[in-house]
Design a protein around this ligand. Sequence first.
Ligand SMILES: *Cc1c(COP(=O)(O)O)cnc(C)c1O
Length: 391
Amino acid sequence: MSRWDWLTAALQRLDESQLRRKQHASRPLPNGGCERDGRRLRDFANNDYLNLAGDERLRAAAESALKDNGVGARASALICGRTPWHECLEQRLAAFERQPAALLFPTGMAANVGTIAALVRAEDVVFCDRFNHASLVDGCRLSGARLRVYRHDALDKLEQELTKASDAPRRWIVTDSVFSMDGDLAPLPVLCDLAERYRAELIVDEAHGTGVFGPTGRGVCEMMHVEDRVAVRIGTLSKALGCLGGFVTGPQVLIDYLWNTARTQMFSTALPPAICAAAVAAIEIIDQQPQLMAELQSRVASFHEQLATHHLAVPTSARGPIVPILIGDAARTMNIAARLEERGFLVGAIRPPTVPQGTARLRVTITLAHDDDAINELAAALAETVQTGAA
Ligand SMILES: *Cc1c(COP(=O)(O)O)cnc(C)c1O
């Protein structure tokens, strides 16, 4: 008998339903590869959409800031962890998003949790898409507000719930702009209409939108022309920008308020200055080369064409570099992913509770690290492994 027997039992239950997560060490290799369990793989599982995490310009910026500032930030931003690099990055982020001000957080997760918990009051009602990222859900829960979950294909339900919440001091609608496990986009113009009609505020998480969507990479808000209608925009530096950290952009009063109240940045050490320097370099690259976003979309399009050639169905709603291939059963999904690894391809294998029961899937991400040959070979390997029904 040990005090942790109940944990052993819980892990066993996860094992039995094929839901236990294993740990791996994946070492990045040049040209979109990685080495994992002694095998060299083409990595179609990461979120480094613009292939910037290993970019020479980001490395040089980080190395130079590292020489001057050391590794850690030494304190929270409030105390003395905010260096000129943090200030510079916040200014660049605000300018990039064409907003008056910006605030950094340790991660995108921290930005979501901290911002929502700071803005949404316990007396408010908060409306959350069923497929929102866990960090948005956690922020809503932490706020203590009444939480209403809606399906993004059933906005009439959202509208009904909004009518019922008219007595609350405030109503908040919280959504991903790009849903991270489905690759589809939130209907932001419709959400803006609803928010305006029912006096609600819209909070949008552009984690997979920044640097991917919109003519200049400002995300789905830019692409759908709703930037002036969205109350709060949250982003991350850890995906298309290839770094680490979360951020909020908006009017100075919002940023000042979050600086004073958002606990996930107040009570956490500031980002390493070298990371901030690298993120500044990443924003400069996107500013100077908006064609990178178009290039990414053209690779996504050629992947879709290849999938169609092989008669592999993907949801037509998937619009960007995140391409889900629905399998259903968790065990079968793991099996197919393992067969793909044997053939040299790493793809995401996504199971409950990350996605609903019965909707386990492969999650393929297309990045600028993959050329047409790699994309074609992945599509062929997918066709064989999925269609021969790895059991
Ligand atoms: C990855 C992700 C986050 C968290 O960002 P991190 O910077 O990795 O903490 C938040 N929201 C969505 C939708 C994400 O996919």
